[in-house]
Design a protein around this ligand. Structure first.
Ligand code: NDP
Length: 449
């Protein structure tokens, strides 16, 4: 199988999944040509098929005593190099296509970390926004009442993603512990005082900035003084902005699904603390930021536009898309280039559509695709699993140093692989091939299973 038709015929309508598979197929073609065994072993046919898909009903009762029903999913995509590992997403847009794309990406991302983790993803179309803590708890308990029989510290270890933060992980873990009658590292992203790892909340954002710094170093540059557009205002965006500030760069924007803030003067520590309080404690909207900082400008999202003004209206050096998939279309990508942006580091998973990726590659900017640049989160999740197994807690500096080391090694692996395949500077090819080869070689070693 060398083309996407096999997948589109079999799984029509799974648009995001087709998009993720297309990108990998395009990158790994030279590897398939060089290794006939991969074709005789039907590696592509096997790797696009999840090992297991679990789909279940999640009934729960809201505060008004209405019985509500959501859909729960877990995609156990590939366990060739370790237990399934990947986040849970709670968002009304969640469907099979989105979770299959995320699980597919996760397989290669986890391979790049060099830690022993297979790939998975899961979640629900439940929307935690506007729900009370008790509603979120009842939902999480019902979700886990089914999921618990499919996961375990050596089988499948979920974590957070969009809509699943420390609060949700707490409720999910509490229910798992009660049902399984064991205290194990079955989820990562736990709170510190009951098995979590230092630096886990920060890891995806910090890792993405470390990756950008590595890319800049190839041009003898640093992040110092760079103006950076950031999208999103959740976990990844917040800690991306924190690390940018630490390294002397200036974040000038952030967003949510209703609109975005542009702060010409740039963020500082005090403004970031305010955003964190607004989002994490008050669970508010980014629009409220201008009440405290009236010089900043809020632009509501306009669905009728064919582009996002966040990527069009502002000159900058770097962009860190850290909200969600497909938030940069072809036009947006061109606008970024026109505005002088020459570093794009994806904190989100697949935030750039295929046409946008091509524009970045044609313009030879420093473009870090999500499966490489946002691997810091799952890397520290892997380190959380190690600490749980050893019943030890590493100090902050140790985890951060390991994270830096992993991001550095992912960067060099991508760079060297891209060079080896005649595409110097193409981190997309580098990440896809390096992750792919590691997983498929393990699959072949383990026979047809
Ligand atoms: P959060 O839920 O903490 O934050 C998500 C942010 O993105 C919010 O600001 C949210 O706005 C915004 N957002 C969500 N959906 C949309 C949408 N359809 N349009 C515009 N904005 C949207 O999630 P995370 O920060 O954890 O995740 C962000 C991205 O990073 C995702 O792509 C995720 O898969 C990826 N990622 C996360 C990792 C992690 O460790 N958490 C690891 C690797 C990747 P609103 O509040 O309005 O919903």
């Amino acid at each position: 199988m060398d083309n996407i038709k096999f997948v589109t015929d079999r799984d029509p309508g799974e648009r995001e999944f087709h998009q993720a598979v297309t990108e990998v197929i395009e990158s790994v073609k030279p590897v398939l040509d060089q290794n006939p065994l991969y074709r005789t072993e039907s590696i592509m046919e096997r790797i696009v098929e999840p090992e297991r898909v679990i789909l279940f009903r999640v009934p729960w009762v809201d505060d008004q005593k209405n019985v509500c029903v959501n859909r729960g999913f877990r995609i156990e995509m590939n366990s060739a190099i370790g237990p399934y590992k990947g986040g849970l997403r709670f968002h009304p847009s969640v469907n099979l296509s989105i979770l299959k794309f995320l699980a597919f990406e996760q397989v290669f991302k986890n391979a790049l970390t060099s830690l022993p983790m297979g790939g998975g993803k899961g979640g629900s179309d439940f929307d935690p926004k506007g729900k009370s803590d008790m509603e979120v708890m009842r939902f999480c308990q019902s979700f886990m009442a089914e999921l618990f029989r499919h996961i375990g510290p050596n089988t499948d270890v979920p974590a957070g993603d969009i809509g699943v933060g420390a609060r949700e992980i707490g409720y999910l873990f509490g229910m798992y512990k009660r049902l399984a009658n064991e205290f194990t590292g079955v989820l990562t992203g736990k709170s510190l005082n009951w098995g979590g790892s230092l630096i886990r909340p920060e890891a995806t954002g910090y890792g993405s900035v470390y990756f950008a710094a590595e890319m800049l170093a190839t041009r003898n540059e640093t992040l110092e003084g760079k103006r950076c557009l950031v999208s999103g205002s959740g976990n990844v965006a917040q800690f991306t902005m924190e690390k940018l500030l630490d390294l002397g760069a200036t974040p000038i924007s952030f967003s949510d699904s209703s609109g975005y803030i542009y702060d010409e003067a740039g963020l500082n520590r005090e403004k970031l603390d305010h955003i964190m309080y607004l989002k994490n404690v008050q669970r508010g909207r980014v629009a409220e930021y201008v009440e405290s900082y009236p010089d900043a400008v809020y632009t509501p999202l306009d669905q009728s536009l064919d582009h996002n003004p966040l990527w069009k209206e502002h000159k900058a050096d770097c962009a860190f898309p850290s909200a969600t998939q497909n938030e940069i279309n072809g036009l947006d990508a061109q606008h970024l280039i026109d505005n002088g942006i020459y570093v794009v580091t994806e904190g989100a998973n697949m935030p750039t559509v295929h046409a946008g990726v091509q524009i970045f590659l044609e313009n030879k900017i420093l473009y870090g695709p999500g499966k490489a640049s946002n691997a810091g989160g799952v890397s520290v999740s892997g380190l959380e699993m190690s600490q749980n197994s050893m019943r030890l807690n590493w100090p902050k500096e140790e985890v951060d140093n390991r994270l830096k080391h992993i991001m550095k090694s992912i960067h060099s692996m991508c760079m060297e692989t891209a060079e080896q395949y005649g595409e110097p500077g193409n981190y997309v090819v580098g990440a896809n091939i390096a992750g792919f080869v590691k997983v498929v070689d393990a699959m072949i070693d383990q026979g047809v299973v």
